[in-house]
Design a protein around this ligand. Structure first.
Ligand code: NAG
Ligand code: NAG
Ligand code: NAG
Ligand code: NAG
Length: 938
């Protein structure tokens, strides 16, 4: 303040000059405020008419203090344009700057050191940049809003904002803010509202949120997504509204029991995992919660009445209504919890039966977990003491992770335990005393104590321990069923280990071929389990080249086997030659861009489809496609998706073995039924097929371990079984959706007539591309007409265009229906519902199209109308059949080799199927629809 008097004191010329410069930096005279205001008036356009007089204090929107210093500029919603003046921060008495809802552009001036400034409203303008000193020294700032300035150059929220320790509201939504949220929130004891939605902020929630007074926290819809866990939310006790949706947050919902005033929690569209905490469900003020589009697990959440909850279809709750999970599920989720609920467990571990396709888990015939194999998963966290609850556990492999903490003493109570491998982690503490005979592998843990008195010790060889003493008796008591059934076969003695099971799938195929119908239904493995545990692979002399398994990967480096992450099956060329009659012409099911598909018949009559491709013919794209199919199909297992059963690499050749679908493709039934000798599909069959496809695709989109987009859904890729149920095939074009974000730009692939407009125009792929194609298939099912039919008049060539016109008036629908349907009134009503769904699915805007889950919800009641007893469809998730190969084997073993039809399993009959496995190539409409007609009798 003292400086202000200096310009008025007499001084030398040189000093005057100095002060002149000084004055420019720290202006204090009334005259300067007026000058700046005049400049402002000149820069802005459409200012109020009275902004022309010489005294700014009399202008509209301007307030001054007793010394005629400007304290407030309030020009909100005045249709202003133009720019601001760069020296605005010389209005040192300014307390309020309110310019919101105008069209002001240009660079924002710095507000640095406006120590009196309390309120700044700049939202909803066209500003183009923010100077880095903008927030510096605003020591009295309380409210700042700069939201809705979408033309701003990317800017970082500066750490200098911490100067504003009086901050109450800070809004910068949709303002192109980038970088991390700076960790300065300990500086704002009064901050109530932080809104930073719709920016491109990245990184994790700052630690200093802890204990801040923030009530209203909006961080939703960041472009790439904020990430990391949200544990800090549990410490923000003032919170009332929390919007974190559409980000990339991970981990589980923290204990929120101290957030007693929370009423709105939006978590949808992240990568959350874990069990919904009861502390959330019991918050008394909670009104709105969204949890959809995450990977939550555990019991189906139960919120109080009046709470609006969205759960979506991607979460993996154990049940479809509230209630506890099965005991083994509860235990395994507790185990996952101690690992921080890793994503790969969250996506695979769905449903209420860990023996139904859960990755890393193997069960015995009594559905007790016998093997947990978490080797090499980059897991962090600790070893759960709840492993002790898995009382049948024989093998626990935790090696090559980054686990810390001790080996829980509870593990010593596992009476069946034979192998515990914790090597190469960061465990600490003393090793508890395990019974003699348990093989312990402890190496590679720098801090692990060495008081182990166990017989095994680090590096003991697997065959040295199992079953050599008292636990053998216990084996008999808890897994006697499995054992005795194995015993009957006389081929496998002892307990099942993972290697056996992985191997068994191959062995099953092969041994079928070699050992005709054996009543036992057991896999006649040529080697005993100990050898397999050691080598992990069977030699080529057994008729197949080996296979990949997770067990093997940690104990064998001598195998020639290619290891893929799903543990899929390599089959030797000799076997495939044998079953396809040396790839004879008669066995050809079809030809396509990448080779030939053969039908194979195993000795017992079981049929398979073998797709054979030459590398030369395929080029790199074909090779990529091969890898893609392998990688995708091994991860995908669902009742309504054609299963890849094995593969073979033979010199330049690549071969894939699929289940064989005896009734050909939907296209053959729908469009060429006469030519193919099929009766026309009834409405009941059509809607059932539609539901099957919806379930298969829904699974691809959200329920598979990762999200997949098919990209080429069409009737020639929908295969029909003898029961007239459908499976989706041809995953060669499936593109794995990147984590969390379901939109990718990509080379165009697909088939004209089924291409969603935005995909055709931009190559942008989302799950909604499949929804569109699905809508087209529904239209084809209703009308019996092809998506593109050049034989029709121009206005009817493109089915979607024509049918959407038909849909405008329901009275027209009758005429558009396939004449062979001839529906009664009730059926007509159902057809109209499906027609409406088809219209919805083919909406021009992807955002207007529903999810596949919606299609399932619409169609399921229509199908159940006719099939009240289809109990196996009841769960609506299809998880019950998303069997892993080990489970498939298990099932084969327990069900025997009978080839009779019946039961729920799609494997218990024609094990293999055929695939219309040709992959379509980018736009070449005439070459699409490679279909492989069944030569098999019906
Ligand atoms: C809740 O607050 C109490 C008291 O401050 C504290 O002891 C407890 O640890 C908090 N709970 C959580 C989950 O943060
Ligand atoms: C809850 O969500 C619904 C639908 O999104 C919305 O209409 C309603 O205003 C919300 N209620 C509260 C209290 O936020
Ligand atoms: C483990 O078993 C004990 C005793 O049966 C039981 O009380 C506990 O709930 C189980 N815990 C888990 C996580 O399964
Ligand atoms: C391993 O654990 C020790 C403590 O037991 C810890 O100090 C160290 O940071 C850990 N190392 C790694 C790589 O996590």
């Amino acid at each position: 303040m003292g400086e202000r008097k200096i310009p008025f004191s007499p001084s030398l010329l040189i000093i005057s000059s100095f002060f002149f410069i000084f004055l420019r930096l720290f202006p204090s005279a009334v005259a300067d405020d007026a000058a700046i205001m005049k400049k402002l008036a000149a820069n802005l356009k459409s200012t109020p008419t009275d902004w022309t007089g010489s005294d700014p204090c009399s202008w509209t929107g301007i307030k001054c203090d007793n010394s005629n210093r400007v304290t407030a500029i309030n020009l909100a919603s005045k249709s202003l344009s133009g720019t601001l003046t760069p020296d605005l921060n010389q209005l040192t008495q300014l307390q309020t700057l309110a310019l919101q809802n105008n069209g002001i552009g240009g660079s924002l001036p710095t507000l640095a050191n406006l120590t009196n400034l309390q309120e700044v409203y700049l939202d909803n303008n066209n500003f183009t940049s923010i100077p880095s000193t903008f927030f510096t020294g605003l020591t009295n700032l309380q409210n700042l809003s700069i939201s809705q300035n979408i033309n701003l150059e990317p800017w970082l929220i500066p750490a200098s904002l911490a100067d504003s320790s009086s901050l109450v509201y800070f809004y910068a939504s949709n303002a192109n803010a980038v970088g991390t949220i700076v960790d300065i929130f300990g500086s704002f004891p009064n901050l109530q509202s932080l809104r930073l939605s719709y920016n491109n902020l990245t990184g994790s929630l700052p630690k200093s949120f802890a204990g801040s007074g923030i009530r209203n926290l909006w961080l939703n819809n960041q472009v790439l997504g904020l990430s990391g866990p949200i544990d800090v939310i549990g410490t923000m006790t003032q919170l009332s509204q929390v919007w974190l949706h559409q980000n990339a947050f991970t981990g589980s919902i923290p204990d929120l029991s101290n957030c007693t005033t929370l009423f709105d929690l939006q978590l949808r569209g992240n990568q959350f995992t874990g069990v919904i905490p009861s502390s959330l469900m019991s918050l008394s003020h909670l009104v709105n919660v969204s949890l959809d589009n995450n990977n939550f697990q555990g019991p189906y959440p139960s919120f109080g009445t009046g709470v609006l909850v969205t759960l979506g279809t991607t979460n993996n709750f154990c049940n479809s209504k509230p209630g506890p999970c099965a005991p083994q599920v509860t235990t395994l989720l507790a185990i996952a919890g101690d690992l921080g609920y890793p994503m790969n467990l969250a996506t695979s571990w769905g449903g209420n039966d860990p023996c139904q396709g859960w990755t890393f888990i193997t069960c015995d015939a009594q559905k007790n977990v016998t093997i947990v194999n978490f080797a090499k998963q980059h897991f962090t966290g600790t070893i759960s003491p709840y492993f002790a609850n898995l009382t049948s556990l024989k093998s626990l492999l935790l090696n090559d992770n980054n686990l810390s903490g001790p080996i829980p003493a509870t593990l010593t109570s596992l009476i069946q335990l034979q192998t515990l491998d914790v090597s190469n982690n960061n465990l600490s503490g003393l090793v508890p005393v395990f019974p003699a005979g348990v093989t312990l592998k402890l190496t590679g843990n720098k801090f692990l104590g060495s008081n182990s008195t166990s017989g095994g010790g680090g590096g003991g060889s697997p065959e040295s321990s199992p079953g050599s003493r008292s636990p053998t008796g216990n084996n008999n008591s808890t897994s006697g069923g499995a054992k005795s059934s194995h015993g009957r076969s006389g081929l496998i003695a002892g307990v099942v280990v993972a290697a056996v099971i992985f191997m068994g799938v191959v062995a099953f195929v092969i041994c079928y071929a070699k050992k005709r119908k054996q009543k036992t239904g057991l896999v006649p493995l040529p080697q005993n389990e100990k050898e397999m545990g050691k080598n992990g692979a069977v030699g080529p002399s057994n008729g197949y080249g080996g296979f990949g398994s997770e067990l093997q990967s940690q104990s064998s480096d001598t195998s020639e086997v290619q290891v893929f992450d799903g543990g899929n099956v390599a089959i030797s060329i000799q076997v495939l030659r044998e079953v396809t009659n040396n790839f004879s012409e008669e066995n050809i099911l079809g030809r396509g861009g990448f080779g030939v598909v053969y039908k194979g018949v195993l000795h017992d009559g079981t049929q398979i489809a073998v797709k054979r491709m030459e590398c030369a013919a395929m080029g790199t794209k074909g090779m990529n496609e091969f890898q893609a199919e392998i990688a995708v199909l091994t991860k995908v297992r669902h009742r309504h998706l054609v299963a890849l059963l094995g593969f073979c690499v033979n010199g330049n050749e690549r071969l894939l073995v699929y289940e064989y679908m005896p009734q050909g493709t939907l296209g053959e039934h729908l469009f060429d039924c006469n030519a193919n000798g099929y009766p026309p599909l009834t409405w009941k069959q059509r809607v059932t097929i539609a539901l099957d496809v919806a379930r298969g695709v829904e699974y691809l989109h959200g329920l598979a371990q990762q999200s997949f987009i098919h990209r080429d859904l069409k009737p020639s890729n929908i295969l029909i079984g003898d029961d007239m149920r459908a499976k989706v095939s041809d995953f060669g074009l499936v593109k794995n959706a990147p984590d969390g974000k379901f939109s990718i730009e990509t080379r165009l692939a697909g088939t004209f007539g089924y291409l969603a407009p935005e995909y055709a125009a931009t190559g942008r792929v989302t799950t909604k591309v499949d929804v569109y194609a699905y809508g087209v298939v529904l239209m084809e099912l209703i009308t019996g007409r092809k998506a593109l039919d050049e034989t029709m008049p121009d206005d009817r060539t493109h089915l979607v265009t024509w049918f959407r016109r038909v849909l405008i008036n329901k009275d027209n629908i009758g005429k558009a229906i396939d004449p062979s349907l001839d529906p009664d009134d009730e059926t007509f009503e159902y057809i109209c519902k499906v027609a409406e769904l088809a219209g919805h699915c083919t909406a021009r805007e992807p955002s207007q199209r529903p999810d596949m889950g919606h299609a399932v919800n619409i169609l399921a009641p229509l199908v159940e109308q006719w099939k009240p007893s289809s109990h196996h469809e009841g769960d609506g998730y299809g998880i019950d059949l998303h069997l892993s190969l080990p489970q498939v084997l298990e099932q084969w073993q327990s069900e025997g080799t009978s080839t009779t039809v019946g039961g729920d399993s799609f494997y218990n009959r024609s094990i293999m199927s055929h695939g219309n496995t040709q992959s379509s190539i980018p736009p070449q409409p005439s070459s699409f629809g490679d279909t492989f007609k069944s030569t098999d009798g019906r």
